[in-house]
Structure formats: C-alpha cells, structure tokens
Ligand binder design. Structure first.
Ligand SMILES: [Zn+2]
Length: 275
C-alpha cells in the first residue's frame, strides 16, 4: 500500500482539484466511454457533483454506496439511489412479495432521511439481466438526473446480480454519453465513476481513493438503520461490518470515518506537460 502522503484523500467527490486535501488526485476528469479525452478540468471545487449510486439491491446502494451520497447531499448536491431490484428474496422468513414491499418502503424512507431520491427498477432479485433493455433503462436515468459521479459495484463479485450491475452500468455510461444515441433526454457524460467497497465484491478490489465521510457518518448510519437487514436479521451483520469498515478506513485515511473507493484504471491516468 502506498504511503498516506501519496494516497488519494478526498473531502468530497467534486471534480475540482481543490477538493483534494493532498496533492495526489488526478488532474483531469476521466475519459468517458463514447467521448474523446477531455481537456483539463476547470476548477469546480465550490460546486459539489451530483451523485448516483447504482446497485443491484437496496442494501448495496445504502450500506456500501450510501455514505458518499449522504456526504454529497450534505454539501448541497443531488443524490439518487438506484436499485435494479428490491432484493425481495433476501429474507428466509418473509415471503418475497411482502419483503419486497418492506424493502421499497425502507429505501424510500432512508433516501428521504438523507434528502436523496430512491429509484427502484423492476428486475427480479437473483435474476437481474445484463440486457440492453436494462442498460438503456439505466442510461435514461443517468440522462434524466445528470450525475457528475456514479458509484456502483466492482466486477469481482460472487453475486451474479452484482456482476450484472457492473456490466449494466458500464454500458449505460457509454450509451448515456453518446450524443448519437437518441433517447428522450439529451446525452450526459458522467465525470467520475467509482466502485464501492462491498463485502460481496472483494475479488480484486483495490482501494485507491479514501473519502472522508465523517460529517455524514451519523446521518448515513441512521438512514441504514431503517432497513431490518442492517441489524443482521438476514444473517450478515451489516451494521457491525460497514460501521467498523468506515472506522478502519478512517484510520488509514487519517480521519474519523472514511470509505475506500476504487477507480477504473483510465480514471487514474494523469495527463501532464511536465514531471
Ligand atoms: Zn446485493
């Protein structure tokens, strides 16, 4: 692992270089699929980037991706939680129809607590298809809400829905940014993509960015507590894991609480005119 002085420390997920508390951040926005390499970014540190978390299930959206959303919303940005399914098959004691309704209600309540929006797409839990139909559905949400930042699943997951979500988002970003693809909304190129630190997506996950979520930690953990599964009722102690992880990542980041994020390789490419 690189030394703390060389690791990316972020106070927010805006595009401006002034957002970095240490001088290790990329100086240019990422090249977005379907777009040429962008010119050097104009400083935008005072404008927090809108953020969209796109997950297979509501638990992933709020537990693994929710703290960055909470932070950006706290800074004045728009936050949108997108779940491809309700995660309705996640309970061994409550039937899927009932559990799905509980999950939808919890997602809406949690998003509302954070001042964000919850959107659930109608795919079946465990059967999320990496289809063009799903990719264009996500493309349309990206074009509609125009986030500057997207957080989603890393591909190295044992869960098939998470793998599907990774592929869906990758192509949805491409479709969303390509002006020649005609949809009801004009093209929108997302500035940054990050993969979340998710216990189910750990294969090959390599953190390169530590986001200081201390100001949003309380609000985020209270929003997560709306979900019964946060307390371990489906078998995994999400609350203990993700709150402890935030503390542990904070230790590495030199702050109280942090989340670790992984960037696509092209996003870490630096274009400089001198060394
Ligand atoms: Zn999941």
């Amino acid at each position: 692992m690189s030394s703390p002085t060389r690791r990316n420390f972020l106070k927010d997920l805006s595009l401006g270089t002034a957002a970095f508390s240490a001088a290790a951040g990329p100086e240019n926005p990422a090249q977005v699929a379907g777009q040429p390499p962008p010119a050097a970014a104009a400083p935008q540190a005072s404008t927090p980037a809108g953020i969209m978390a796109i997950a297979a299930h509501p638990g992933d959206a709020f537990f693994a991706m929710g703290a960055p959303v909470a932070l950006q919303v706290q800074r004045g940005a728009r936050g949108i939680f997108v779940s491809l399914s309700l995660g309705e098959k996640g309970s061994s004691t409550i039937d899927p129809a009932r559990y799905g309704a509980l999950q939808r209600e919890a997602a809406e309540r949690a998003a509302h607590r954070l001042g964000a929006l919850s959107v659930v797409l109608p795919y079946a839990d465990g059967e999320v298809p990496a289809s063009d139909e799903a990719k264009f559905a996500v493309c349309d949400l990206i074009r509609q809400h125009q986030p500057g930042v997207v957080v989603t699943h890393w591909s190295g997951s044992w869960h098939k829905d998470h793998q599907a979500c990774f592929r869906i988002v990758n192509d949805a970003l491409f479709y969303a940014g390509l002006p020649s693809i005609a949809r009801s909304q004009p093209a929108h190129a997302v500035g940054k993509l990050f993969f979340a630190d998710n216990w189910e997506d750990a294969d090959g996950f390599k953190a390169d960015t530590y986001l200081d979520i201390t100001p949003a930690f309380q609000a985020w953990s209270e929003a997560c507590a709306v979900f019964p599964m946060w307390r371990g009722e489906t078998g995994f102690r999400y609350n203990d894991y993700y709150k402890s992880l935030a503390k542990a990542r904070g230790c590495l980041g030199g702050v109280d609480y942090a989340v670790a994020l992984m960037s696509p390789p092209e996003q870490l490419t630096r274009r400089v005119q001198a060394l």
